[in-house]
Design a protein around this ligand. Structure first.
Ligand SMILES: NC(=O)C1=CN([C@@H]2O[C@H](COP(=O)(O)OP(=O)(O)OC[C@H]3O[C@@H](n4cnc5c(N)ncnc54)[C@H](OP(=O)(O)O)[C@@H]3O)[C@@H](O)[C@H]2O)[C@@H](O)CC1
Ligand SMILES: Nc1ncnc2c1ncn2[C@@H]1O[C@H](COP(=O)(O)OP(=O)(O)O)[C@@H](O)[C@H]1O
Ligand SMILES: [K+]
Length: 509
């Protein structure tokens, strides 16, 4: 598990470490700067001229320390610093004083007109960015984007909100870094929204504060395959098909059954023991002609669904892909008012649209899987906060939105995207970051969401808890996409699951 730590949490951890007496702030700053230098000389072995941009806080203090360490290695270093180095926090002042070379004012003009450097060190703002960047420092950031692509960001590309991954530069964005070096843990802003694109390659440096992690509580983590839930994916020799549950996936009418068939195939591939497609009469022939290992049952009406669900061996449901909004609304009604025993249920696509704005708690064993547009229909106020220009830092983030949505809906919410947020009503939350080495851009293809819905449904059918099923399913979905790579279409995803499962479960054969 990789934990994410917010700016406030990082400050709490650093404070606890310093107050323990075991370490000084100045030592932490030195370790941070050493980490930046190690990462940048590894990345650019032939470089020898740096330009270091130092802001008014401890991020700027890191910059002064980096300048000193590079100069000690024989680099030619130019330092530009915000006015009033004496008013910086104490550790930053110490490092500003330890820098014995010249200091030019941190202005766009000084940056643009100075001698060309091999590497630019962006140490203007880090975790302390508390409000939108305007005036000269906004111009500096814009100029930095123009002078070079070889930018190493200290903690963050300056102007990036580390809690949300959103730009705090009105009408602008931070200068894109080739390399970002952060300290202790990655922050949500490194993996959310614009963060991955602006941070470039990420390096996390251990500055020796892990022992104080507890001081800050847990907020969110990244979904990784070392999560214990992945251990539940294997099948034991003694089990039979009913041990692995029975998923019922509802489909729409004739000509619109492809989406649910994709979901069903994925549910089967992820290991549900049995998968039945519930089709209206008009679509029975079409579905029957297209399926083999899947089963088919006629479900025309809410009553027919309630009747099907009298079979307690059906352990999970999927409503949404290709269902049509009217049929989705009717079938959802059966689940909420039909007197049927509740089942873990994935609510996706048309069923989300049929649901409309969520104002109160939904059944707790539902999993909502909206993309951005569907999320805006379900939670219009949260979506509006996500798209409004932030007036202050930290900006409202997709994690905030996912968490508030899950609390309101009383069930797990999966807010999909390259930075998928998974949140449970009890406050647990994760980010699945399909960026960097985990990028899966070919998932942006029609039908890939239907496959995700099917994977999660299959896991629910197998008895995996809804939050774990959502996290695990999201990871497996992206891993399947990476396995196929360029040219991926949604049909490939279920077929790639065996190879991904073999890797994750560790079966050699
Ligand atoms: N603490 C430690 O032990 C360690 C910390 N480390 C490093 O410290 C960094 C955090 O340092 P930090 O907390 O001083 O915040 P930082 O990002 O430098 O910015 C704060 C300054 O900017 C100002 N300011 C804010 N917004 C602004 C705006 N829009 N426009 C203009 N000004 C604005 C703000 O002013 P104020 O809000 O106080 O008026 C304040 O002066 C962290 O990212 C890491 O690099 C490492 O060395 C490891 C050990
Ligand atoms: N650029 C991307 N990188 C990684 N994953 C992506 C990207 N674009 C979309 N996805 C993923 O692909 C799926 C698309 O789902 P959705 O928008 O519902 O598509 P559809 O309705 O076509 O099935 C989601 O799981 C989403 O997280
Ligand atoms: K920075």
């Amino acid at each position: 598990m990789i934990e994410l730590v917010t700016s406030a949490q990082m400050r709490a951890i650093e404070t606890a470490a310093i107050e323990s007496g075991a370490v000084r702030g100045l030592d932490l700053m030195e370790r941070a700067a050493e980490g930046v230098v190690a990462a940048l000389v590894t990345r650019w072995p032939g470089a020898e001229r740096a330009c270091v941009l130092c802001g008014p806080g401890n991020n700027g203090g890191d910059g002064f320390a980096v300048a000193r360490l590079l100069a000690a290695r024989g680099w030619t270093v130019r330092v530009l610093a915000a006015a009033g180095a004496d008013r910086m926090p104490p550790d930053a002042v110490s490092n500003a004083r330890a820098w014995t070379g010249p200091v030019a004012p941190l202005t766009a003009e000084a940056l643009a007109e100075g001698p060309q450097a091999d590497v630019y060190v962006d140490a203007v703002f880090g975790t302390g960015l508390s409000r939108p960047v305007t005036g000269e420092l906004a111009r500096v950031v814009a100029a930095l984007a123009r002078v070079s692509a070889r930018v190493v960001a200290v903690d963050a590309p300056s102007g990036l909100c580390l809690d949300s991954g959103r730009s705090l530069i009105p009408g602008g964005i931070p200068a894109r870094a080739a390399l970002t070096v952060t300290f202790g843990w990655r922050k949500p802003g490194h993996v959310l929204a614009q963060g991955p694109e602006l941070c470039g390659e990420m390096v996390t440096v251990d500055i020796g504060v892990a022992a104080w992690r507890e001081a800050a509580g847990v907020t969110a983590s990244l979904v990784t395959p070392d999560d214990p839930a992945f251990a539940q994916l294997d099948k034991t020799t003694a089990a039979h098909k009913f041990t692995h549950g029975h998923a019922l996936i509802l489909t729409g009418g004739m000509g619109r059954t492809g989406a649910a068939r994709l979901s069903a195939r994925a549910a089967l591939r992820i290991g549900a023991g049995l998968v039945t497609l519930g089709a209206p009469g008009s679509a029975m022939m079409e579905v029957a002609a297209q399926i083999t290992a899947l089963m088919l049952r006629r479900i025309d009406s809410p009553e027919a669904l309630a009747e099907a669900l009298a079979d307690t061996r059906i352990t999970a449901l999927c409503l949404g892909p290709g269902l049509g909004i009217e049929r989705a609304a009717a079938l959802l009604g059966a689940l909420r008012e039909g007197g049927v025993k509740p089942r873990p249920t994935v609510v996706d696509a048309d069923a989300l649209t049929a649901l409309g704005p969520v104002s109160g708690a939904l059944p707790e064993d539902w999993v909502l899987t909206p993309h951005g547009g569907e999320f805006a229909r379900l939670f219009p106020d949260l979506a509006a906060r996500l798209s409004a220009e932030p007036a202050n830092g930290p900006a409202f983030s997709r994690l905030d939105a996912g968490r508030q949505a899950a609390a309101r809906a009383g069930c797990v919410v999966v807010l999909k995207g390259p930075d998928t947020v998974i949140a449970a009503p009890d406050g647990r939350s994760s980010v699945h970051a399909a960026s960097g080495a985990q990028a899966a851009p070919w998932l942006a293809t029609a039908g890939s969401g239907d496959v995700l819905a099917g994977i999660i449904t299959g896991l629910l059918a197998r008895g995996v808890g809804s939050y774990a099923a959502a996290c695990t399913g999201t990871w497996l979905h992206a891993a399947a996409a990476r396995h196929v790579g360029p040219g991926l279409i949604a049909e490939d995803l279920p077929e790639a699951l065996p190879a991904v499962l073999r890797r994750v479960i560790g079966h050699p054969g």
